[in-house]
Write a protein that binds this ligand. Structure first.
Ligand code: ITT
Length: 337
């Protein structure tokens, strides 16, 4: 189902427009985009617009060409950013819900707005970003992307997270790409390195995941070196044993002394070089001996807070609901899907 995501315009009302203009322009530092003395001031605010209307004038607007009337004496207003395809989808969506389209405006400088009313009579607009000469927000929807991981466990979870969103994912391994050496000392640095490496080779958007287990009693180790602790053969039983030996050497026998968290940093690299990051964490404790055969890596020894099962015992869908990867993905979905 289509869902509203980003607000393109926020509208505020001020009868004393000069004072409000000073506040938003000089105190908050927003640049003025357009103004009509006494009637309106439009500010640019990063990728959104802040519109200031004098309600006495905006609510009495009567032309049937421009936007429908809205103002504090009448109705409020909100505008959601939409692509051309989304505008078509919204129109169909409102028709199936029996909601009347109040007006469709094709603006002289390009771009289309579609207006409806909410049940309280507020004006709700859906508009292309270009009505404000703003670029479309990026989306991964209906794109083909490379998943820059050689870890089959991660790949499985990432594919499950992406598939409901119409994203076609191919793995870096299936394209024959080798693994870049992870030379950075932070999750962000390594996630970027892997994503940029794959994006440059494939000429496609790439998604990388750098993750790890951080154990409090071990001062955050193995952290970014989590995979290395499993050796070149990626022997996870050995890696878990190594963590356990270090905990036992410290006499860490209670859950409080065995606190740990998984971190996941996702990096999306666009072919022209831009990168975006999304981070998620899950806190819990380490149990011994390992329990369960589901999941991958250190899952059998990690028990998330509030749960009795380890990630290795848990149903995969339940793990995703609370996991570091699931949380990082939630942020990615909000921003890009
Ligand atoms: P790529 O770099 O190819 O993605 P990798 O395994 O080398 O694969 P990392 O460098 O990010 O990946 O290492 C993260 C390690 O942390 C990973 O190998 C797992 O052992 C562990 N890990 C990450 N997420 C996990 C999860 O959900 N459950 C269990 N272990 C996890």
């Amino acid at each position: 189902m289509i869902k509203a995501r980003h607000i393109l315009e926020t509208v505020l009302y001020a009868e004393d427009l000069p004072s409000a203009r000073r506040f938003y322009g000089e105190v908050l530092g927003l640049p003025v985009y357009q103004e009509v003395a006494g009637r309106l001031v439009f500010f640019r605010c990063a990728a959104q617009m802040l519109l200031l209307f004098n309600p006495k004038l905006s609510s009495s607007q009567s032309s049937d060409k421009g936007p429908p009337a809205h103002g504090t004496n009448g109705n409020g207003h909100v505008c959601f950013r939409s692509t051309v395809d989304e505008l078509k989808a919204w129109q169909k969506h409102f028709e199936t819900h029996g909601i009347a389209i109040e007006r469709i405006v094709d603006w002289p400088d390009g771009g289309r707005s579609l207006y409806i009313r909410d049940p309280a009579g507020n004006s709700v607009e859906f508009a292309e970003s270009r009505i404000w000469h703003l670029p479309e927000l990026k989306t991964l929807k209906n794109q083909k992307i490379v998943v820059a991981t050689h870890n089959q466990g991660k790949l499985r979870e990432i594919n499950e997270l992406l598939s409901p969103h119409g994203v076609t994912a191919v793995s870096a391994g299936s394209l024959g790409f080798d693994e870049p050496e992870e030379t950075e000392s932070t999750f962000t640095g390594n996630a970027k390195l892997k994503a940029v490496y794959a994006a440059e080779r494939a000429g496609l958007v790439a998604l990388a995941d750098d993750s790890g287990l951080c154990v409090e009693a071990l001062n955050g180790d193995p952290g970014v070196y989590t995979a290395n602790w499993a050796g070149p053969e990626r022997d996870w039983s050995m890696a878990m044993r190594l963590v356990e030996e270090k905990l036992q050497a410290l006499g860490a026998a209670t859950p409080e002394k065995r606190r740990a968290n998984f971190n996941c940093t996702l990096c999306v690299a666009w072919p022209h070089g831009e990168v975006q990051f999304f981070e998620g964490r899950v806190y819990g404790h380490l149990t011994w001996p390992p329990r369960g055969t589901r999941g991958f890596g250190y899952d059998p020894m990690f028990v998330p807070d509030g749960e009795t099962q380890s990630f290795g015992e848990m149903d995969p869908a339940r793990k995703t609901l609370m996991s570091h990867r699931g949380r990082a993905f939630g942020k990615l979905v909000d921003a890009l899907l």
